[in-house]
Design a protein around this ligand. Structure first.
Ligand code: ZN
Length: 204
């Protein structure tokens, strides 16, 4: 494409590096920014730079945070005795949006994947074990929920964590796997349907 301006070309090239954004969309966004008040573009770029340079990771749960501890770990209304183990911050956001969970999290920062060369040492596992083993008067943990994807990597990671935490005697569970709400049984794949039957729940 022949751009009328080198500066627009540069902006388009930067914007189109973002995932899911092609050159056409990038151009549309660039032209949109050009039409808006200059101040709005300035606050957009400042917000992006601030986000990139000032956010950090919670020292306790490894979730994204503005300070040493994230908003969830410092919230006195959260149940400090339950930890939900997830792969990354997107999983935290997904579970938070359900409004069904009031405990804390532990973000592993990845999943065990021999194919990609990711082993337990690359993940935030030691700090999870330390949190579970900690027996302070407050903050003592008595349940760990594994909320990992039902994939081979997810199962491998869950198996490793179970083995690693077994000696602590902690109560462990995994999220239920089953047929989606509103889904038709005949369209569920047989592994999902099979798991739903094996981990059936009492009718009440
Ligand atoms: Zn935290």
């Amino acid at each position: 494409m022949n751009y009328p301006s080198r500066l627009i070309e540069e902006a388009v090239s930067e914007i189109s590096r973002l995932p899911g954004i092609g050159k056409k969309t990038a151009l549309r966004l660039a032209l949109h920014l050009l039409k808006r008040e200059e101040e709005q573009t300035r606050s957009l770029s400042e917000a992006l730079v601030n986000m990139r340079t000032k956010t950090t990771y919670c020292v306790k749960c490894h979730n994204i945070a503005d300070d040493r501890h994230c908003n969830i770990c410092t919230n006195p209304r959260r149940d400090q005795s339950i930890i939900c183990v997830v792969v990354d911050t997107r999983d935290v956001l997904a579970i938070e949006s359900t409004n069904q969970y009031k405990g804390l999290y532990h973000v592993l920062g990845g999943i065990i994947s021999p194919l990609e060369g990711i082993g337990p040492a690359d993940l935030n596992i030691d700090s999870l074990v330390a949190r579970v083993e900690y027996k302070g008067e407050e903050d003592a943990v008595n349940e760990v929920i594994l909320a990992l994807s039902p994939t081979m990597e997810g199962d491998t990671t869950a198996f490793y964590l179970q083995k690693k935490l077994r000696t602590t005697g902690i109560k462990m569970s995994t999220i239920a796997r089953g047929v989606p709400i509103g889904g038709d049984l005949e369209y569920a794949d047989e592994i999902t349907l099979g798991r739903s039957i094996v981990s059936r729940v009492a009718y009440d």
